[in-house]
Design a protein around this ligand. Structure first.
Ligand SMILES: NC(=O)c1ccc[n+]([C@@H]2O[C@H](COP(=O)([O-])OP(=O)(O)OC[C@H]3O[C@@H](n4cnc5c(N)ncnc54)[C@H](O)[C@@H]3O)[C@@H](O)[C@H]2O)c1
Length: 255
């Protein structure tokens, strides 16, 4: 089904949307479907690069910066986004960081950085968004988690813990908010070709081969694969879904 202008009149916040990764692709897809969008990233310079791409799509687009190592910055971002847009219908909590390191070598700083940005800031962001949405009695929150939210990857233990925490947070939020009309779902990408993955996959071509061999559809995901799923969860097409984890991984998690 063509979803042209399906989100016209909706207002969205997409976090971590200034790179060439998943967030930018999601923001472009929401804008193509007619949504006004606040683009967030760590710096205005990054966020501005995506805002430029949205211009010409006939929607309002604004850039905002916030460093998610600080939970209060994530809360303030929601307020600022609401002020810019006038309302908040869709929040795509996408910003995140990853690290590969043997579990016994992880430092407190490693754990704090990954859990701080991925879990703590996302909890603060989505809680703040939920407070706003319950007042209007509608809204869709999409938490970009990972297939690693329930898989065991010893060299990404803290990353997996952050995504597993998000899954439980999102499910609890969904249960609490359901009666208010606000939905919360997790989106679980597999191996997607983005700046987060590129150093790992390009430094050692055999790693790319290994991932491809373990992926039944025999390719890496493209950010657009995740964008269409995010738009689905953001829209009324998924109106009977809440608390769900939608896997988009070419079958990688089957193995
Ligand atoms: N690429 C994959 O294979 C993959 C797989 C599963 C899940 N994910 C998840 O998808 C999301 C997007 O990742 P991506 O692959 O597009 O990578 P990416 O590195 O391109 O995007 C991450 C975004 O988060 C932002 N960010 C990082 N630290 C921040 C901070 N302290 N404050 C605010 N923003 C910060 C980055 O600037 C960037 O815009 C992440 O949550 C990631 O965990 C990615």
């Amino acid at each position: 089904m063509t979803a042209v202008r399906q989100l016209k009149g909706k207002c969205a916040l997409v976090t971590g949307a200034g790179t060439t990764g998943i967030g930018r692709s999601v923001a472009l897809e929401l804008a193509r479907r007619g949504a006004d969008v606040v683009i967030h990233d760590r710096t205005m310079e990054l966020a501005d690069q995506t805002v430029v791409l949205l211009q010409g799509l006939g929607v309002r687009a604004f850039a905002l910066a916030a460093d998610f190592s600080d939970m209060s910055a994530a809360r303030a971002l929601v307020q600022q986004a609401h002020e810019h847009l006038g309302r908040l219908d869709i929040v795509i909590a996408n910003a995140g960081v990853s690290q590969r390191k043997p579990i016994l070598e992880l430092t407190d700083e490693d754990m704090q950085r990954i859990l701080g940005v991925n879990l703590m800031a996302t909890m603060a962001l989505t809680q703040e968004a939920a407070k706003t949405m319950v007042q209007t009695g509608s809204g869709s929150i999409v938490i970009v988690s990972s297939i690693n939210e329930d898989r065991v990857i010893p060299e990404q233990a803290h990353y997996c813990a952050s995504k597993g925490g998000l899954r439980q947070w999102g499910r609890a939020l969904a249960a609490a908010l359901g009666p208010t009309g606000v939905r919360v779902n997790m989106l679980c990408p597999g191996a997607i070709d983005t700046p987060m993955n590129q150093p790992y996959l390009t430094a050692h071509p055999e790693r790319r081969e290994t991932v491809l061999n373990r992926t039944p559809l025999r390719r890496l995901g493209d950010p657009t694969d995740i964008a269409s799923a995010a738009a689905f969860l953001a829209s009324d097409e998924s109106q009977f879904m809440t608390g769900a984890s939608l896997v988009v991984d070419g079958g990688l998690s089957l193995g």
